[in-house]
Design a binder for this molecule. Structure first.
Ligand code: HEM
Length: 399
């Protein structure tokens, strides 16, 4: 660098430094107001026995994030969950993660894209995987049932949609609200975690009707409700996971082009339900009872034995499905839609999912139209009871 150049550079630097310190001394403030939606409405309570986003009625949007841990320091992780608790309580009640400060020379505490918006029924649900325990050297506290899911027939799992240590499920009736929440939770924890995989998704329905998946069928009809949730979803053993639940996530690609070439009878026989009404084959209404033994006049079973409904139901087991469709552009290899289902289910024991998935196995008629490409199993803590509690406290108290 020439003398002239370096003199100029020094002069510029000194000029900037003087400007910055002058304005800092003048106590520059900025005019960002706290997040104030015109009306605070549409919110699910954050504090409770169970985490939100499990039994809460499904919203229209999801942003699902899986994170890798980058520290083995348990104190740091505990503090991260404390911060996430505080931020989540604020976000789900329509506030920013914290109120803005007044120094315009530092990045703002909240990224701002939810300013002026109500919470749109935002729920935030947190879970940890088997590798979380391994990385932190606390495998003695890992529940016996929390293991990487077994390989299932026809699985074609991709590394970049599988694994990970922590999941955050953000659901809301507005996509920007869900994204804003995850973005800010990740941002505050950047030194401890990195992002591994994520998926956004959507569900559309009017007035609480069952949403339709991208195959055009009502999806969620057979879900347990009310009292049945206790037997299906909430962990009841007397350990740190009591009142929590297991979350299974599967990124399932749906081959829409192949499906769209299948005639209506073929589609209905695939699921074992009528497409229009959602009723079991041979019945009229969506919630009519499913009779797997029922035969037609020729003596054939009405709900085919290889239909999705027949195979799932014959296990006698229930899970709570809370899935969302996704459409993520075009598959560069095939030139077809990269679209499908971000399948999410909650159960008190992963064995419920494993048994059902094994029953679907190689025989489910739906298999020719789908490919499982992503997978994860996470233990979701119990709910945060009050301001003195935090996410995962029952676990961290035992370390
Ligand atoms: C792209 C993948 C999938 C699609 C499009 C799909 C779609 C459907 C549809 C349309 C129904 C009937 C209506 C209802 O009850 O919701 C259904 C039922 C069901 N599915 Fe799936 N499903 C998929 C994957 C799975 C997986 C991976 C599992 C679990 C291993 C599963 C478990 C169930 C269960 C338990 C039922 C209810 C059976 C009952 O009535 O007891 N599904 N699914």
């Amino acid at each position: 660098m020439s003398d002239q150049h370096s003199q100029n550079a020094r002069r510029d630097f000194l000029k900037q430094a003087t400007l910055i310190s002058a304005s800092l001394m003048a106590g520059t403030t900025y005019a960002l107001e706290p997040r104030v939606p015109s009306q605070i409405k549409n919110l699910y309570p954050f504090f409770g026995t169970h985490q939100q986003g499990i039994a809460s009625p499904a919203q229209k949007q999801i942003y699902f994030m899986v994170l890798d841990l980058h520290t083995h320091d348990i104190k740091e992780i505990k503090d991260m969950f404390k911060t996430w608790t505080e931020y989540s309580a604020n976000l789900t009640s329509g506030k920013n993660v914290k109120n803005y400060g007044s120094n315009a020379y530092v990045p703002t505490i909240d990224t701002g894209e939810a300013d002026g918006l109500n919470p749109h029924n935002l729920t935030l649900t947190f879970g940890i995987s088997p590798t979380f325990f391994e990385k932190l050297g606390i495998t003695k506290l890992k529940p016996k049932a929390l293991n990487t899911l077994p390989h299932f027939p026809r699985d074609q799992l991709k590394e970049h949609y599988s694994g990970g240590d922590i999941c955050i499920q953000a659901c809301a009736d507005d996509p920007q609200i869900a994204f804003h929440a995850v973005r800010n939770l990740v941002r505050v924890a950047r030194s401890k975690i990195t992002m591994r995989w994520s998926q956004s998704g959507f569900n559309s329905f009017e007035n609480g009707d069952t949403p339709r998946n991208l195959f055009g069928f009502k999806d969620g009809t057979g879900n347990p409700q009310g009292e049945a949730l206790n037997e299906t979803v909430w962990c009841s053993e007397n350990d740190w996971l009591k009142n929590g639940s297991y979350l299974v996530a599967r990124r399932i690609q749906m081959h829409l082009e192949t499906w769209d070439r299948t005639n209506l009878n073929g589609q209905e026989e695939t699921f074992g339900r009528h497409r229009d009404s959602g009723a079991p084959l041979g019945e009229k209404k969506e919630f009519d009872a499913v009779d797997l033994e029922k035969k037609d006049e020729k003596g054939n079973v009405v709900i085919p034995e290889i239909s999705h409904l027949h195979l799932a139901k014959k296990t006698g087991l229930k899970i709570l499905r809370r899935s969302f469709s996704y459409a993520s552009g075009v598959d560069p290899k095939t030139g077809q839609f990269d679209a499908g289902l971000l399948f999410i289910s909650f159960q008190k024991d992963p064995a419920q999912f494993i048994t059902i998935q094994n029953s679907l196995g190689n025989i489910d008629k739906m298999n020719e139209y789908i490919t499982h490409i992503g997978s994860g199993l996470f233990a979701c803590f119990a709910g945060v009871k009050d301001e003195n509690d935090y996410l995962g406290k029952a676990l961290f108290d035992q370390i």
